[in-house]
Design a binder for this molecule. Structure first.
Ligand code: CP
Length: 302
């Protein structure tokens, strides 16, 4: 049994050793997902709440499959059908959940810090499934795992996030994680999609303002979705597509990733999306085993 409840707010809650241990565990769990009967009793009797206050396909569904595959009892709570609609606070919601038979909650929320806040009231383990523009640790972990599982040497790897860095929790967590693992990280974006004082916020991160520089200097590009729901003033789609959309022939040395959902034909052309350089399908597939490894580590591993 784990000693005490744990919070995964961001990748900085994990050490380098824990990250590689999670990767090994993920590899083992991938084998279970290949079996004709995809079920093991590892977390039988454990209760897991999935509280999603923002839309999600990949994160929510893969956590649900991960929990069920490990035989945990999983309950999905959607904002639209919760008592938050009747005025209950997030604090009271998690205080209420703490009196129900749950051992762990996964929370996605538009407010930065929501996972940490929920942890205070829930007093059981909490995993951040994405909070505002702040952090998305499980996406960063599955992205790094996807490269590691292909045999990529993460130390020294030249990896660039392209696009809406300013609003991206994926990039914020990914830049931290890939730096921890020794990669040479960079961002590439028009000025309006770079965080203010980017070089002060991420001193170790190289900044490219032209896609051609990123293409020439990277081994991996992680394209990001333009988050129109967070940037209402963004209107120059054509300019973005011309300057930062990844299309045409991708250099043969380059791997392309994207956390999804992809705005097809916008951040990536159809050809790039379906090319053999794209790891997007692998990212989705690896997400389930990676989240199984996290649930196992938080609820059963020590
Ligand atoms: N990458 C990601 O978080 O996707 P979802 O919003 O579909 O969960």
């Amino acid at each position: 049994m784990p000693d005490s409840p744990r919070l995964l707010q961001d990748v900085s809650d994990l050490s380098r050793e824990e990250v590689f241990s999670l990767f090994e565990q993920t590899k083992a769990f991938q084998e279970i997902l290949q079996r004709p009967i995809r079920k093991v009793p590892t977390l039988r009797g454990k209760g897991i709440a999935l509280f999603f206050a923002e839309p999600s396909t990949r994160t929510r569904v893969s956590f649900e499959i991960a929990a069920r595959t490990l035989s945990a009892d999983v309950t999905s709570i959607a904002l639209s059908t919760s008592s938050i609609q009747k005025g209950e606070s997030l604090a009271d919601t998690f205080a209420t959940l703490s009196r129900l038979p749950f051992d762990l909650a996964v929370i996605r929320h538009p407010y930065e810090g929501a996972a940490q806040f929920a942890f205070q009231w829930f007093q059981r383990s909490v995993i951040n499934g994405g909070d505002g523009c702040h952090a998305h640790p499980t996406q960063a972990l599955l992205d790094a795992y996807t490269l590691w599982a292909r045999g990529a040497k993460l130390s020294g790897l030249r990896l660039t996030y392209v696009g809406d860095i300013a609003h991206s929790r994926v990039a914020r967590s990914g830049l931290k994680l890939f730096s921890l693992l020794g990669a040479q990280v960079a961002v590439c974006a028009p000025p309006y999609f770079l965080p203010l004082n980017v070089s002060r916020v991420f001193p170790q991160v190289k900044v490219y303002t032209r896609l051609s520089e990123a293409l020439a200097n990277s081994q991996v590009l992680i394209a990001l979705r333009v988050q129109k729901e967070r940037e209402k003033s963004f209107y120059s789609s054509r300019e973005y597509l011309e300057l930062f959309g990844i299309g045409g022939k991708v250099p043969s040395h380059l791997l392309i990733m994207h956390p999804g959902p992809v705005l097809r034909g916008f951040e990536l052309s159809r050809e790039v999306l379906h090319s053999d350089r794209s790891l997007i399908g692998d990212q989705v597939e690896n997400g389930t085993a990676l989240r199984m490894a996290l649930l196992y580590t938080f609820l059963a591993g020590n």
